[in-house]
Design a protein around this ligand. Structure first.
Ligand code: C5P
Length: 397
């Protein structure tokens, strides 16, 4: 998370999506940011300053004549320590004001008076017809031309009962976008394909063989790569995780489906990261009916080898930069180095299987042609950032 330590001015304007701003303020504080909330008169019809003060931990400003700022210049003071101004929700009217340089309330005045280098991000929220109106579209285009970052809106069911573009992005997604905004773009424009999660090999319609991989490490790497500016395609086995924002997700179940999805999407990719815990074998004959329990008898299953996806990609004539993972239960240093050579890949990431599966933290050992080095125990998110930085450095050489 690059949001830790950042100071965000969070502007709220009139719209029912103000209720989501409460969650957003909470998320920002949880991520370690400090939040100064500024509300328009209209926003106060939807949510109270008391709520926003409790969640942000700071008094809320609503009025440009607020006497709490000793020089009476709230519109100047509030932005001077800020790292970004985020208006969420941003109404059609506030968009209009930003386009025309209006300065008739605190929020519009502080946006106009902000230093030129201070980023302004807005999350529009309005009825679909309002959003699609040519006047709003002209204003959106002008804001983009003025260097303002528009986040959303997204499509869906609206509070007014209509359906279409105009919903404010969900707080989680906005946090992701803001976090991405502060990330150094060390993989800008790179195409990255990644596998994650377990695979599931059916035995019959209700049973199957899988493993304890949660997908957390792979999803964290997909997210970190996207934050770093990469165009990410994530081929994922069955997991309970929400899809990472801004990533193309291709869900699969079996190893053969994962192999197929990877091979269909590998052309043109510059990096391939194989994090998935792919089942080495599949059941040779999958029963089309549930295998019935018979007294005293146990079924015997015959297995077939699954394709090695990483090896297949590494063997391509114009293979992307390949990164493999190895989950070992013992002798990691020995097995890791040998596995990297056997798989013929430039970088292999080792971890101890039972100390990582399902957990939120991990410890990694990187093996390359210079030897190995440790990325000490940390959250999977922090390790994903470190690994993405390692990949970016290697690509640059
Ligand atoms: O040989 P092993 O299964 O330990 O290798 C692990 C690495 O190979 C991981 O990067 C995993 O994603 C990848 N792999 C694969 N296809 C397989 C088996 C493993 O891509 N069938």
């Amino acid at each position: 998370m690059k949001l830790a330590g950042k100071h965000i001015v969070l502007g709220l304007s009139g719209g029912i999506a103000c209720y989501k701003a409460a969650e957003l303020a909470r998320g920002l504080v949880k991520a370690g940011a400090s939040v100064q909330v500024v509300m328009t008169e209209a926003a106060r019809h939807f949510i109270t300053p008391v709520t926003m003060q409790a969640l942000s931990g700071r008094p809320v400003f609503t009025d440009q004549w607020d006497s709490r700022i000793s020089n009476n210049m709230a519109h100047i003071d509030l932005t001077r320590e800020a790292d970004a101004v985020l208006i969420a929700p941003c109404s059609a009217d506030v968009m209009r004001k930003l386009v025309h340089g209006a300065a008739d309330d605190l929020l519009s005045t502080l946006c106009l008076a902000r230093p030129a280098s201070l980023p302004l991000l807005v999350a529009p929220a309005m009825n679909v017809e309002m959003w699609e109106n040519p006047a709003t579209q002209r204003n959106a285009a002008q804001l983009r031309a003025d260097g303002v970052t528009l986040l959303g809106p997204v499509a869906g069911e609206q509070a007014c009962g209509e359906t279409g573009l105009g919903r404010m992005m969900e707080p989680e997604a906005l946090l992701d976008e803001l976090d991405a905004f502060f990330h150094p773009k060390i993989l800008q424009g790179r195409l990255l394909l990644i596998t994650a999660g377990p695979t599931f090999e059916p035995i019959d319609p209700v049973r199957g063989i899988t493993n304890l991989s949660s997908g957390k490490m792979g999803y964290a790497i997909a997210r970190a790569a996207r934050m770093a500016g990469a165009d990410v395609t994530l081929v994922s086995g069955p997991t309970a995780l929400p899809p990472p924002t801004g990533v193309r997700l291709l869900p699969v179940t079996t190893a053969r489906q994962m192999h197929e999805a990877v091979m269909a999407n590998v052309a043109g990719q510059q990096v391939f990261v194989a994090v998935a815990a792919v089942a080495d074998w599949r059941v040779a004959e999958v029963s089309s009916r549930k295998i019935k329990k018979q007294d005293g008898a146990t079924p015997s299953l015959a297995f077939e080898q699954n394709p090695d996806i990483l090896a297949a990609v590494a063997a391509l004539p114009s293979a992307p930069y390949c990164v493999g993972f190895a989950a070992e239960s013992e002798d990691l240093l020995e097995h890791g180095a040998a596995k990297r050579r056997k798989k013929n890949i430039p970088l292999l990431v080792g971890n101890i299987g039972h100390q990582t599966f399902g957990r939120d933290d991990n410890e990694l050992v990187l093996f390359d042609d210079t030897g190995h080095h440790l990325l000490p125990r940390a959250s999977k998110e922090a390790l994903a950032d470190r690994l993405v930085a390692e990949i970016a450095t290697r690509l640059a050489h």
